[in-house]
Write a protein that binds this ligand. Structure first.
Ligand code: ATP
Ligand code: MG
Length: 255
C-alpha cells in the first residue's frame, strides 16, 4: 500500500484560506525534507499564481490529465522545494467536458497513481464548490482537511460539508479519512471571535481534530502577492509558529 498522504483542502465556502494553507503547509512539510506535490484543482488558479506561475502562459494544466487522460503535467522545476501541477481558467470547462464520462470521479486518483510514490505528501487545493472538481479531488484523497473561518456563519456550511464527505465515502472513496479542521483568520482581539473559536473547538472536536487557529493578518496577502510562503516573507511572523505546528501534526497522519 502507498505511504503517500494525499490531503484535500476542502470547504465549499469561498475565501477561507484553502489556497493559502495548501501553499504554506506544503512549504513547511518540504522544509522538513518531505517530498511534496501541490495540485491546483481550482479554475481560479490562485495556487498556481501564489506559486509564481502565470496561468495564462501555461501549455499544460491538470485539465489535460483529468479530461484527456494525459500524464499529470508536473511543472518541470520545483518551486520553493515543492512540485506543482498547475491550473488555469479552462479547468472550469472540465465539469461539462466530463459529463457522461464513465468513472469520471476517479480521473485525478488515476492520474496520481502513476506518480504518487515519488511524494510523501500531495496537497490538493479544491475549488469553493460542491461540484465535480471537488468530488474528483475528494475521491483522490486519503485525507480531507477543512479550513473554517472563525465566524458564526461558518457553522452553517458544516452540515453540507459533512454530507458531501459522507456521500464520497459511500460512493467513490470509502477509505477517506478526516484530518480535521483548521480555524482561520482568527482575530483574538474581539470577544465574539474568541467565543466563536471556542464554539468551533467544542462543536467540531466531536467530528475531528481541531487544530490551533491561524491568526488573522494581512501578511498572508502580502506574502502571496510576493508569491512566497509566509515564512519567506516574514520569518518571525507569529503565524509561522502555528503553521509549523499544524504541519508537524499532518506529518503524523496515517496513510
Ligand atoms: N490568516 C489570514 N488572515 C488574513 N487574511 C488571510 C488569512 N489567510 C488567508 N487570507 C487572505 O484571504 C484571502 C482568501 O484566501 P485564499 O485564497 O487562501 O482562500 P480560499 O479558500 O482558497 O479562497 P477560494 O475559495 O476563492 O479558493 C486571500 O487574500 C488571503 O491572502
Ligand atoms: Mg482557493
Amino acid at each position: 500500500m502507498s505511504k503517500t498522504r494525499i490531503i484535500a483542502l476542502f470547504n465549499q465556502s469561498g475565501g477561507v484560506a484553502k489556497t493559502t494553507l495548501t501553499q504554506n503547509f506544503g512549504y513547511h512539510l518540504a522544509l522538513k525534507k518531505r517530498r511534496v506535490l501541490l495540485v491546483d484543482m481550482d479554475p481560479q488558479a490562485s495556487l498556481t499564481t501564489f506559486m509564481g506561475l502565470e496561468p495564462d502562459e501555461l501549455n499544460q494544466t491538470v485539465q489535460q490529465a483529468i479530461v484527456d487522460n494525459k500524464p499529470l503535467p508536473i511543472h518541470p522545476e520545483l518551486i520553493h522545494g515543492m512540485a506543482l501541477v498547475p491550473a488555469d481558467i479552462n479547468l472550469a470547462a472540465s465539469e461539462m467536458q466530463l459529463s457522461g464520462a464513465i468513472a469520471r470521479e476517479y480521473r485525478l486518483k488515476n492520474a496520481l497513481a502513476t506518480v504518487q510514490d515519488k511524494y510523501d505528501f500531495i496537497l490538493i487545493d479544491c475549488p469553493p464548490s460542491l461540484g465535480l472538481l471537488s468530488i474528483i479531488s475528494l475521491t483522490a484523497a486519503t485525507h480531507i482537511l477543512v479550513p473554517v473561518q472563525c465566524q458564526f456563519k461558518s457553522f452553517k456550511g458544516t452540515e453540507l460539508l459533512l454530507n458531501t464527505i459522507a456521500s464520497v465515502r459511500s460512493h467513490t472513496n470509502p477509505a477517506l479519512q478526516f484530518a480535521g479542521f483548521v480555524p482561520t483568520m482568527f482575530d483574538g482581539r474581539t470577544a465574539q471571535e474568541s467565543r466563536t473559536v471556542k464554539a468551533v473547538q467544542e462543536q467540531l472536536s466531536d467530528i475531528g481534530t481541531v487544530y490551533p487557529p491561524i491568526p488573522k493578518t494581512i501578511a498572508f496577502a502580502d506574502a502571496s502577492e510576493r508569491r512566497v510562503p509566509l515564512v519567506l516573507f516574514e520569518k518571525n511572523h507569529p503565524a509561522v509558529g502555528v503553521l509549523k505546528k499544524i504541519a508537524s501534526s499532518l506529518e503524523k497522519l496515517e496513510p
